[in-house]
Design a protein around this ligand. Structure first.
Ligand code: F6R
Length: 245
């Protein structure tokens, strides 16, 4: 696992966006695995900038997102479909038919099966990841066991609290989500995880220091990946005591 320390969050996102852009330039019909949340936003800003400057073509690109809240329709402003449309897809020349965010409404079991089929169609060339305050990736929450495949996950109290900042109040935060499993994430050819902020210190510490893998910090699984990059800023590196060796 490669660890990059940058001067600030903005630079971290620029590097992550460049990694994604390089994959698209090398393989115009690449399949991207995408994440939502606050951290990923600036990555999309950079990708849009590259597109607007004529340096990137999304016309053949396909995407699949990590997760979606159960109970939010695609047009709900806090749904991850809505996020993706507004933060990336509406601003680049991607064909929306080639974008996939699992639906969080209707027959959930059927949606999970459809998601699993989608993932089998074509491998993900690069997967963008954020990290939860509790170390979750996608919505794979800390537990005594982790799930390999796409499934419905009961959200952790700490996740509900952290994500309540996007809702009017905490009671509006969905309690469940459909998420790629750990295996689905690990099957991506390349992983890039971006983290920033004090709240992520505990989760990042056991990811970037030591070689332990903990079910109580699902992000540590990516230490096993052949081509994973973690990008943190100086502030977070100092906070967790990470030093380049
Ligand atoms: C979002 C996702 C989550 C977020 C994580 C960090 O699709 O899968 O794992 O990446 O919760 O969210 P932020 O960036 O809002 O702190």
């Amino acid at each position: 696992m490669k660890i990059i320390v940058t001067e600030n969050y903005d630079r971290s996102c620029e590097i992550a966006a460049k990694m994604i852009a390089d994959v698209i330039r090398a393989k115009p019909d690449a399949r991207l695995g995408l994440a939502t949340g606050g951290t990923a936003e600036a990555v999309y800003t950079y990708l849009i900038k590259e597109y607007k400057e004529g340096n990137l073509d999304f016309s053949k690109v396909s995407t699949v997102n990590l997760d979606e809240y159960v109970g939010l329709s695609p047009d709900h402003p806090q749904s991850y479909r809505y996020y993706m449309d507004n933060k990336l897809f509406n601003h680049v020349n991607i064909d929306k038919k080639n974008t996939y965010v699992v639906s969080g409404i209707g027959d959930i079991e059927k949606n999970v099966a459809e998601f699993q089929r989608k993932l089998q169609e074509k491998p993900i060339d690069i997967q963008l990841l954020g990290i939860g305050v509790n170390g979750h990736i996608g919505f794979n929450e800390p537990n005594s066991v982790l799930k390999e495949k796409t499934h419905v996950e009961e959200l952790d109290e700490s996740t509900i609290r952290a994500n309540s900042r996007f809702f009017r109040n905490i009671d509006e935060v969905p309690r469940k989500a459909i998420t790629m499993g750990i295996g689905d994430i690990m099957r991506a050819k390349c992983l890039v995880l971006v983290a920033t902020g004090k709240a992520k210190a505990q989760a990042i510490r056991s990811l970037v220091i030591g070689d332990e893998i903990y079910c109580r910090n699902p992000s540590t699984m990516i230490k096993l990946h052949q081509n994973a990059t973690v990008i943190i800023d100086n502030e977070l590196a100092e906070l967790v005591g990470y030093k380049k060796d």
